[in-house]
Design a protein around this ligand. Structure first.
Ligand code: FAD
Length: 451
């Protein structure tokens, strides 16, 4: 029987659900689905849980990540990465990301990447999720089957499995793997090397090189500083930069800030829009990622257009295919794990009929109104899933759908204070802060779950 999306709620129902990916999103989805009484299979193409947080020194054969036939490496972590969010804000609500004793544990407030992986491993063990995961099994196609069900085909060690039928599919395959590249006039005849931050791991290959780095997001900031330790020169090209900050970086003797690249030339020159010119060895694109669902077959009911995945009701349900198909973790500039948890609870409750969705027509109307509001505000399509300050209203809205407590106020304030601290102390915000009062509130809150 197809799953209705209307407001009339039949008795609670247990569904057979496929979850794609065992990163933070897939793990918490599996927990919430199972808590709701559904039967869950998690497909994971890697050999362990953790997704992005499974660091590997391996990089892809195509440093720009454009070759569709390359062997894809999932994680984009660099070796020196520490979280850019305080651990109090990162955890799931009833499994706080507190410090734990043990070999290799990192007690810092902004820990190294391995500590996040260990937290996710602890979570998977604590809630018995690992046994739901089919490791080294990649989903290669997902499409509608008879009666509103879903056909999932997967591949394990190069063997394509038979079609399996599920009542619903939850997509949580991450969106930090498929690089977006800057368009640079003249790039085809530029003789230097290019790569994307997805394939950056350590600074050593940049020793004595002149490096141009494009971008201003968290990884661009970290990587420019990492590379400046060994490179001859680091030049950062930023789309919106204030004139007053152009030129040499006050804290480094080998780092300069520029406006965007205007053109590059076959003699190695890179010309910036501010008129400056540099002869560079490498251009490193820290220009973000694309949403990518190579396995989805929806006959046009869902598409990715300029990094907008749509149409989607509240970034989760495609109206025409809801609730059988849903997405976790599409919004960015957010506190990811807490949002994944709320979206998971919503999906789990909708699938059991505990929570009603509006009709397909009503959902579509809402989506259209949302798109119109973005357009009216001049927000480009590629920012459709960019939330920043709006994440808190969104989280509270999703929490209300699930009859969950609203988002913790201390968490919101800690996020906002950290964002400011990152600007004021870009070098040291991970070790110097002034929000001890929020830490105390967090610790008080965590006692409900840790004692
Ligand atoms: P992922 O972690 O990417 O997991 C997706 C999983 O799906 C992977 O295991 C992948 O193998 C699997 N998969 C994909 N396709 C298939 C398929 N077809 N079949 C089977 N399996 C498949 N967040 C924070 O909270 N704090 C931070 O400090 C922070 N720093 C970050 C730094 C960097 C450089 C990056 C890239 C991200 C950072 N994030 C941070 C965001 C981070 O990505 C999220 O926190 C979160 O881990 C994403 O989880 P996910 O489950 O959505 O995706």
């Amino acid at each position: 029987m197809p799953l209705p999306s209307t407001a009339r709620l039949p008795p609670l129902v247990s569904r057979h659900v496929a979850v794609i990916g065992a990163g933070a999103g897939g793990l918490v989805a599996a927990r919430e689905l199972r808590r709701e009484g559904h039967q869950v299979v998690v497909f994971e193409k890697g050999d362990q849980v953790g997704g992005t947080w499974v660091y590997t020194p391996k990089v892809e054969s195509d440093p720009l990540g454009l070759d569709p036939n390359r062997a894809v490496v999932v994680s984009s972590l660099y070796k020196s990465l520490r979280t850019n969010l305080p651990r109090e804000c990162m955890g799931f609500r009833d499994f706080p990301f507190v410090t734990r004793d043990g070999k290799d544990r990192d007690p810092r407030r902004f820990p190294g990447h391995w500590e996040v992986l260990m937290y996710l491993q602890d979570f998977a063990t604590e809630f018995g999720i690992t046994e739901l995961v089919r490791f080294e099994t990649e989903v290669v196609s997902v499409g509608l089957a008879e009666g509103g069900k879903w056909k999932v085909k997967s591949k394990s060690r190069d063997r394509i499995g038979a079609d399996e039928i599920y009542d619903a599919v939850v997509v949580s395959n991450g969106h930090f793997t498929e690089p977006r590249i800057a368009d640079i006039p003249g790039i085809n005849s530029w003789p230097g090397k290019q790569m994307h931050s997805h394939n950056y791991r350590i600074p050593a290959p940049f020793r004595d090189q002149v490096v141009i780095l494009i971008g201003s997001a968290a990884s661009a900031v970290d990587i420019s500083r990492d590379i400046a330790r060994v490179a001859k020169e680091v030049h950062i090209a930023i789309r919106s930069v204030e004139d007053s900050t152009l030129g040499k970086h006050p804290s480094y003797d080998n780092m300069w800030l520029h406006s965007m690249i205007e053109s590059v030339h076959d003699d190695g020159r890179v010309i910036f829009q501010d008129g400056s010119t540099v002869n560079a060895d490498v251009i490193l694109h820290c220009t973000g990622y694309k949403y990518h669902f190579p396995f989805l077959e929806t006959d046009g009911a869902l598409s990715v257009d300029d990094n907008c995945v749509g149409p989607l009701y509240e970034h989760v349900f495609p109206p025409a295919l809801a609730p059988g198909l849903s997405f976790i973790g599409l919004p960015w500039k957010v506190l990811p794990f807490p949002m994944f948890e709320l979206q998971s609870k919503w999906i789990a409750g909708v699938l059991s009929y505990r929570i009603a969705l509006p009709s397909k027509e009503e959902m579509m109307e809402k989506v259209k109104a949302f798109y119109s509001s973005l357009e009216a505000s001049g927000i480009p399509k590629r920012y459709t899933h960019n939330m920043a300050i709006t994440q808190f209203d969104y989280n509270n809205w999703v929490a209300a759908q699930c009859s969950c407590p609203s988002f913790e106020e201390w968490k919101k304030q800690m996020y906002l204070v950290t964002a400011k601290n990152r600007v004021v102390r870009p070098e040291t915000y991970r070790d110097e802060w002034e929000d001890d009062d929020f830490i105390l509130q967090a610790q008080e809150d965590f006692k409900k779950f840790t004692t």
